[in-house]
Design a protein around this ligand. Structure first.
Ligand code: SF4
Ligand code: MSK
Length: 655
């Protein structure tokens, strides 16, 4: 935690960035046909198309331009066959030149496995560090020091406290205090196993025990992963990757699950809500502020500050009719789920929001934030405001945020945005159209409540075949796949075949922009799923939250498996990450598979240099955790794989 006693102030980090102008002539962008082709190649998001076209015409650099500039990617790095772990190297495996070992003697399998474990541990660390910050805030509230924060869902607080045998017949703050300490202890516990893993069905838990991958502590597994990737420690690729599964479980059933649960305790467990989505959520007559990143601790406070009379009066003083808060990526998902705040989009919309010319400030915490955003912003009046000591961005304005100074910091930030309204250049404003309606807020509790207080109707619908199964579609955007095409095509194919989709992160936002997150989208579903959606009044694609909220999917699966008395691996379910890019997505995919969920990836991980590693992940893991990965960039073919898998599982269950 940072020193919250300092009064929050705003200052520029380093120098103002130079602009990010493209050399339009060199890139043939004077030719409208070239621009049109590029736009169509880049995205299926209709609002994004208009803004990308605008960027190309104006010469504003975006993710797709930088991706083109990086082509061709290094073939050793792409296949996982390069290592820069120590200064005897860097090394590359080049079999055709008889370079089949690094200087230390590591072969292709080990180099690939080490790189993958490193990536996975980074992802697990990111989620879990986020989770820890939320739990630390709960501790402050428990101590009576969390000014501005409070317990919003005391029922959930007590339910989780009971899982930890913490007495609940007393003041909520006392319960919060003891629960926070119990959860913080899980990061370095010496009990030998994580408490939240007991939420898994007995059969799943037994598989973890048998395979030796039951996580012993969150920090412990991540630290051990980093130890194992040091030169001269891990030498067996399979042994390394089994530890990867244990590290991933520590994230999914540990750090991420805490991030979700404690956010619910502090800010409220999501309930179904309606809102708006896409780049059309900008308001020409209002101060527009986007909230980007992952952690709801800051954004919740920004909402409170922006809703206050003082800031509204200031906005009016500068000629705006109000303050329009807009979510992006997973901070946006958190705010949409709990507060119904509109969202501009997902990962690849983050530069496009600046290019609307109508953005006064983008407030960021951490993860998935392009370090180049201040360059993009330098073409406009937009201020990028970074807030985390872990993620200070050169060229941004910085206001140090901590739970102790949250209220003051939020006020400084909102004031900065409001005062920037007068610097907006109306000639540069380009709001591409109108937003679409979305329904969100489908926590496990909300789904259970919608079904009448029990998941039994869902289980019955699966057993009767009205719903053939369920798929968690998660993850990011990646320039190797047309923006949103993977997510939306896969979801449409699956619901057409009566498979319910539950989504998080940028996948859920892609579906939202494509109109799949409304009950009306049930017309795209098969007859069985359509009937259920109509009867319950839900969309065929359910928005379950941010990327840490993939843990909600684990809990949903555990609850369904417990009703049936089976392990998660026996359920007719699957996971998919059609456009994943991040280290966190590697951790998520790995905890899905380790939990027994067959998972199809869109982009190939950087592992193809080791056929042995590929075989272990796509076949061998069946013998260990009864699930495996598949890789299929074509979302229609990915749907075929998933449908076949679900039918196989149904047959095995006799349904
Ligand atoms: Fe090369 Fe081995 Fe050092 Fe990696 S750890 S850089 S393979 S010597
Ligand atoms: S924001 S991790 S791009 S889902 Fe969670 Fe989106 Fe992936 Fe980041």
């Amino acid at each position: 935690m940072s020193d919250g006693t300092k009064k929050p102030t705003l200052h520029l980090v380093g120098e103002k960035m130079e602009t990010c102008e493209l050399d339009r002539a060199k890139m043939s962008l004077m030719n409208p046909k070239v621009i049109h082709e590029k736009v169509e190649e880049r995205t299926i998001d209709e609002m994004a198309k208009k803004v990308i076209e605008h960027c190309l015409q104006e010469g504003i650099e975006t993710i797709w331009d930088r991706s083109e500039m990086q082509e061709p990617h290094c073939k050793w790095c792409s296949t996982g066959l390069s290592c820069s772990r120590c200064t005897m190297g860097p090394c590359r495996i080049i079999p055709e030149r008889h370079r089949d070992r690094g200087v230390c003697g590591a072969d292709a399998d080990l180099i690939v496995a080490r790189n993958l474990l490193d990536t996975l541990a980074t992802g697990a660390a990111s989620h879990s560090d986020h989770g820890r910050e939320i739990v630390e805030t709960l501790l402050l509230v428990g101590k009576g020091e969390g000014a501005g924060y409070r317990i919003t869902d005391s029922k959930k607080l007590c339910a989780i406290a009971e899982e930890y045998n913490i007495p609940t017949d007393r003041e909520v703050n006392e319960v919060a205090h003891d629960l926070a300490l119990a959860l913080l202890e899980e990061f370095g516990t010496i009990k030998g196993e994580l408490g939240l893993c007991k939420r898994a069905p007995d059969a799943t838990y037994a598989i973890w025990k048998e395979a030796g991958i039951l996580p012993r502590g969150i920090d412990r597994e991540i630290v051990e992963a980093m130890h194992r990737v040091h030169m001269g420690v891990g030498a067996h690729y399979g042994n390394m990757l089994l530890h990867g599964l244990r590290t991933a479980l520590a994230d999914g059933w540990g750090g991420s699950m805490m991030g979700t649960d404690v956010s619910d305790i502090l800010f409220g467990t999501p309930t179904p809500c309606e809102s708006l989505m896409n780049l059309g959520v900008f308001r020409e007559d209002q101060v527009n502020i986007t909230l980007h990143g992952h952690n709801p601790m800051l954004s919740e406070m920004i909402v409170t500050a922006a809703e206050g009379e003082k800031m509204l009066a200031l906005a009016k003083k500068y000629g705006a009719t109000g303050i329009n808060l807009i979510g992006l990526c997973c901070t946006g998902n958190e705010l949409l789920m709990r507060r119904g705040i509109p969202m501009a989009g997902n990962h690849f919309n983050q530069e496009l929001v600046i290019a609307t010319g109508a953005l006064e400030a983008m407030i960021v915490d951490y993860q998935c934030i392009f370090p180049s955003l201040p360059r993009t912003a330098s073409c406009f009046h937009t201020k990028i405001i970074s807030t985390s000591p872990k993620a200070i961005i050169p060229g941004s304005y910085y206001v140090e945020f901590s739970p102790e100074n949250a209220t003051e910091a939020a006020e400084v930030i909102v004031r900065t945005a409001v005062e920037n309204f007068r610097n907006r250049d109306p000639a540069k404003v380009f709001i591409p159209g109108k937003p679409v309606a979305v329904n969100a807020g489908f926590s496990v509790e909300a789904i259970t409540a919608a079904l009448g207080g029990t998941l039994q109707p869902l289980v019955d619908a699966i057993a009767s075949g009205k719903i053939r199964g369920a798929v968690g579609i998660v993850g990011c955007n990646n320039p190797k796949i047309k923006h949103d095409f993977g997510h939306v095509t896969l979801a449409k194919e699956l619901i057409k075949h009566d498979i319910l989709c539950v989504e998080t992160g940028c996948a859920a936002v892609a579906s939202g922009k494509a109109g799949l997150l409304t009950p009306d989208a049930a017309f795209l579903a098969g007859d069985g799923l359509k009937a259920i959606c109509k009867a319950v009044g839900i969309p065929p694609v359910l928005h379950m939250g941010s990327c840490v909220d993939c843990s909600r999917i684990l809990v949903l699966l555990a609850n369904i498996a417990n009703i049936l008395g089976v392990g998660i691996h026996q359920l007719p379910v699957a996971g998919a990450a059609p456009e994943w890019y991040s280290q966190k997505a590697v951790a998520i995919g790995s905890y899905f598979v380790a939990s027994g969920v067959y998972t199809v990836l869109g982009p190939m991980p950087n592992i193809s240099g080791s056929p042995a590693v590929v075989d272990l992940l796509t076949n061998g893991l069946e013998d260990v955790v009864h699930a495996r990965f598949a890789v299929e960039p074509d979302p229609v073919k990915a749907a075929d794989l998933i449908i076949a898998h679900i039918e196989e599982k149904r047959k095995a269950l006799g349904i």
